[in-house]
Design a protein around this ligand. Structure first.
Ligand code: CP
Ligand code: NVA
Length: 308
């Protein structure tokens, strides 16, 4: 049995298999062919943080695959009152067929998955957001952007980390610019550099957005204040001066470069209103594709159960 906790755990071929499954399922869905790949299965969805896209896409996705989603927020289940993760895992995984968790430390996902009888999917942790980054790449392929030079400008957060993992597994060029003091985790950078030796990926880690964005095919940013960091807002806004993706920054990228954002977006901070609205078609396609990419991941995990 496999869990989808980080992109690090998968080979290039496995990641591409999930993407092709998602592509096939998207075509079927658009034709209103709802193939019941996960008929009668239940997806438990544990949320320790807020969500719009992750909740709606997983719940709709499992329904379209013939199953049902259970929304389990911290306010509703005993986990929020201190029941241990390992007990929660042993109970829920006897009743449902797959679990998605959005939480704080990645170690909480690791603990749940150690005790789980069913596949577990990371729906965002402090360290990683792998389903989002798979979706970003799925969207690039759909737009005909092959072998992109990807620039990420902003906080060295879960989005940046998952991009490092995907690019280094697939052999893409990734350039990350963060302010000093807000760099990506060094252990994650080291993992990416190691994977890059095998895949041929090119990785640039910088404190200079201009260097990172020059010649990019895709420019990505994310909120400067991730969930749980609200108290750092004032200091972060000061530190991120010069990191807003606006038309001036986009003019340094390739002429046909697209802008992507996992959302929610905070205009006037990490992106200007003008740049966001200019690229809204791509950004909202990226949001829609969460639905399709995650169906590919769920079906792939189901196909890799020990019993199959
Ligand atoms: N991008 C993303 O994961 O959005 P939500 O926080 O709304 O789920
Ligand atoms: N980095 C953001 C992503 C939100 C989808 C956060 O963790 O809040």
């Amino acid at each position: 049995m496999r869990h989808f906790l980080t992109i690090k755990d998968f080979t290039k071929d496995e990641l591409l298999e999930m993407i092709s499954l998602a592509q096939k399922i998207k075509v079927q869905t658009k034709k209103k062919e709802f193939v019941p790949y996960l008929e009668h299965q239940t997806l438990g969805m544990i949320f320790e943080k807020s969500s719009t896209r992750t909740r709606v896409s997983f719940e709709t996705g499992i329904y379209q695959l013939g199953g049902v989603g259970l929304f389990l927020s911290n306010n509703d289940i005993q986990l929020g009152r201190g029941e241990p993760m390992k007990d929660t895992a042993r109970v829920i995984s006897r009743m449902v067929d797959m679990v998605m968790i959005r939480t704080f430390e990645q170690s909480r996902l690791d603990e749940f998955s150690r005790y789980s009888r069913v596949p577990v999917i990371n729906g965002l942790s402090n360290e990683y957001h792998p389903v989002q980054i798979m979706t970003d790449y799925f969207t690039m392929l759909e737009l005909g952007i092959n072998n992109p030079v990807v620039s990420y400008i902003g906080d060295g957060n879960n989005i940046a980390h998952s991009w490092l993992m995907l690019a280094s597994k697939l052999g893409l060029e990734i350039r990350i610019a963060t302010p000093k003091g807000y760099e990506c985790d060094q252990a994650i950078i080291n993992d990416a550099l190691n994977f890059a030796k095998e895949s041929g990926a090119k990785i640039l880690i910088s404190n200079d957005p201009t260097e990172a964005v020059s010649g990019a095919d895709v420019v990505i940013t994310d909120t400067w204040i991730s969930m749980g960091q609200e108290s750092e807002k004032d200091s972060k806004i000061k530190a991120f001066n010069g990191y807003k993706v606006d038309e001036e920054m986009m003019s340094l990228a390739n002429k046909s470069a697209v802008f992507m954002h996992c959302l929610p977006a905070y205009r006037g901070y990490e992106v200007s209103e003008e740049t966001f609205e200019k690229h809204e078609e791509v950004v909202f396609l990226e949001a829609e594709n969460r639905l399709h990419m995650q169906k590919g991941i769920m079906v792939w995990l189901d196909n890799h159960r020990d019993s199959k």
